[in-house]
Write a protein that binds this ligand. Structure first.
Ligand SMILES: [Zn+2]
Length: 323
């Protein structure tokens, strides 16, 4: 019962945070610095009328108003409930992740453990929220604003001290746990940012124009600082895979030239956060075993790579940006 409450609570919190992220995404794109502040009450983007609280309930209001503003009857983009539902879903996944649910329920006397879980939940929730905001801003403007990535890097380095969030680089008996966790986080920052910077340099040399923005370097440095260096590499791998598939879909749909790389990296980080162990098992245990029993598997890999690599190059080459 208490566990279900925790999950429902996390989902509702996610919907509200998603509503706030809509404001962040919209206001960070404004040219006018006066419109950039995130505080204050919500106004209709069409006529400027103040939006009343009961018209501002995540997802529900959009459905009740049938996607039309009450003030001026102009259409409200389906983007708003989409961001809210996406954030709610991510927070639910986070609540379902071990050990949060168990720890909060099973330790009536374990205040320290419950506090650990709550802080870890909070830090990862902030990380997911930043990824959602960055993805949509990048999709709209092909920019990844420093105002989100730089605090994200600091969050990762500070959160790295928290036991086990970024993993631990070494487990020496004489080293305090927070120190080895911090080293893992710093290593993640260096590997995530460094690998992306190297790919960016090589890509720029080959294509003679910016293949990836410096924003991608800072995004990957942030992801590495939060998730650790192993996850940074896995995120890069998944991001390229998703980018190639997404680029292929974009070419088919005739929109290949508007897809930036940031959302694919963010998706890779989310998949890594929730299913890293499963992916590591498939890549390094299940797949090699299957391959050793089926010699034809290498041709499958070669064939898939030959299809996906040109698509990835097409995406990266077109996703040129200023930031
Ligand atoms: Zn209006």
């Amino acid at each position: 019962m208490a566990m279900a409450l925790f999950e429902v609570g996390a989902t509702l919190l996610g919907a509200c945070i998603g509503s706030f992220l809509n404001v962040v995404i919209w206001r960070l794109q404004q040219e006018d610095p006066a419109k950039r502040s995130v505080g204050g009450r919500s106004h209709c983007p069409h006529c400027g009328a103040l939006i009343r609280w009961f018209d501002n309930v995540p997802i529900v209001s959009w459905l009740l108003l049938r996607a039309k503003a009450r003030c001026c009857h102009k259409p409200i983009s389906s983007r708003y409930p989409l961001v809210e539902a996406l954030t709610a879903g991510l927070f639910l996944l986070l609540a379902l992740q071990q050990p949060y649910g168990n720890v909060l329920v099973q330790t009536p006397d374990g205040f320290a453990i419950a506090t650990n879980a709550a802080v870890a939940f909070g830090l990862q929730a902030v990380f997911l929220s930043v990824l959602v905001a960055l993805s949509f801003i990048d999709f709209d403007t092909r920019l990844l604003p420093d105002v989100l990535t730089i605090p994200g890097i600091w969050l990762g380095l500070v959160a790295g001290v928290w036991p086990g969030l970024a993993g631990e680089l070494f487990a020496e008996p004489n080293t305090p746990r927070w120190a080895s966790a911090l080293v893992a986080s710093v290593a993640g920052f260096l590997v995530g940012g460094g690998v992306t910077w190297a790919i960016r340099s090589v890509g720029t040399a080959i294509f003679r124009k910016e293949a990836m923005g410096f924003g991608d370097v800072k995004l990957m440095a942030m992801i590495g600082a939060v998730l650790g260096w192993q996850s940074a590499l896995l995120t890069m791998f998944l991001g390229c895979l998703f980018g190639a598939v997404g680029g292929g879909l974009g070419v088919v749909l005739g929109r290949g030239n508007v897809i930036p790389f940031g959302p694919f990296l963010a998706l890779g980080a989310v998949v890594c956060l929730f299913w890293r162990d499963a992916i590591v098992y498939v890549l390094f245990t299940a797949w090699p075993e299957w391959q050793s029993q089926n010699p034809a598997a290498r041709w499958l890999v070669l064939g898939t790579s030959l299809v996906l690599l040109p698509l990835l190059f097409a995406v990266v080459r077109r996703a040129r940006r200023a930031g």
